[in-house]
Design a protein. Structure first.
Length: 209
C-alpha cells in the first residue's frame, strides 16, 4: 500500500475540461491532482517541477500536441506514466499514442470510476484501453497463430510497447536491428496483426505483456 496519494497532472487546452476532471478526483483519498497544463510545452515544464506519477493527456492541443509531449516526457521522465484522454478514437491517433509509449488510451466520455481506476492501474505499471478502442483494433486483426510469441519476442514487444524504436530495442537487447525486425515479423504472424500498435494491443488483450 502506498504511503502517499498518487500524484496526478491534468493536461488539456480547455479550462472547463480541466475543471471537470479535477472535480472527478476531488475527495479521492489515494489520488491528488498536483498540477495542470494547457499545452504540451507547459506540461513538460510542470512535469519537471512537480514530478507527477501519472499524467492525463489530451491529444489535440495548440503548440506542442499530446503525442509530441508524450515522446518528450518518455525521453526525459520515463518513470512518469501517461494516459491519453481524448475525444478522438481513429486508428491513426491510437497507433501514434501507443507507439509513443502511453500507459493507456481513454475517451472523454469515460465515467468517473473508470478514470480513477485507470490512474491507479497506470501508476501500478499496468495498461488500460477504452473498450471501444480495443474493439475497433481487435476487429481488424487477422487469424492468430496457435503458437505464442517466444520469450525473446515478448522482450522485444515489451520494449516496443514502451515506445522504443528498433534501434533502441537492438541496443537494449544487444542484438542487431535486422534481428529486431525478424522478431517483430514473427510476432505479427503469431498475433495476426500487421503493425506494431496492433501487436501491442493484441498482446495486452491476451495478457502477454
Amino acid at each position: 500500500m502506498r504511503e502517499h496519494p498518487l500524484r496526478l497532472m491534468i493536461v488539456d487546452d480547455h479550462p472547463v475540461v480541466r475543471d471537470g476532471l479535477r472535480g472527478m478526483f476531488h475527495g479521492v483519498a489515494d489520488i491528488e491532482v498536483v498540477a495542470e497544463a494547457g499545452d504540451g510545452h507547459e506540461a513538460l515544464a510542470r512535469a519537471r517541477a512537480e514530478r507527477p506519477d501519472v499524467i492525463l493527456m489530451d491529444l489535440r492541443m495548440p503548440g506542442l500536441d499530446g503525442v509530441g509531449a508524450i515522446e518528450r516526457l518518455r525521453a526525459e521522465h520515463p518513470e512518469i506514466r501517461v494516459v491519453v484522454l481524448t475525444t478522438y478514437d481513429t486508428g491513426a491517433d491510437v497507433s501514434q499514442a501507443l507507439a509513443a509509449g502511453v500507459a493507456g488510451y481513454l475517451l472523454k466520455d469515460a465515467p468517473r470510476e473508470e478514470l480513477q481506476a485507470a490512474v491507479r492501474t497506470a501508476a501500478a505499471g499496468g495498461r488500460v484501453l477504452a473498450q471501444r478502442i480495443t474493439s475497433q483494433l481487435m476487429a481488424g486483426l487477422g487469424p492468430r497463430s496457435a503458437t505464442a510469441p517466444s520469450p525473446r519476442e515478448l522482450e522485444v514487444l515489451r520494449l516496443i510497447a514502451r515506445g522504443a524504436a528498433n534501434k533502441e530495442v537492438a541496443r537494449a537487447l544487444l542484438i542487431s536491428e535486422t534481428t529486431v525486425k525478424t522478431h517483430l515479423k514473427h510476432v505479427f504472424a503469431k498475433l495476426g496483426v500487421d503493425n506494431r500498435a496492433a501487436a501491442v494491443v493484441a498482446a495486452m488483450e491476451r495478457r502477454l505483456i
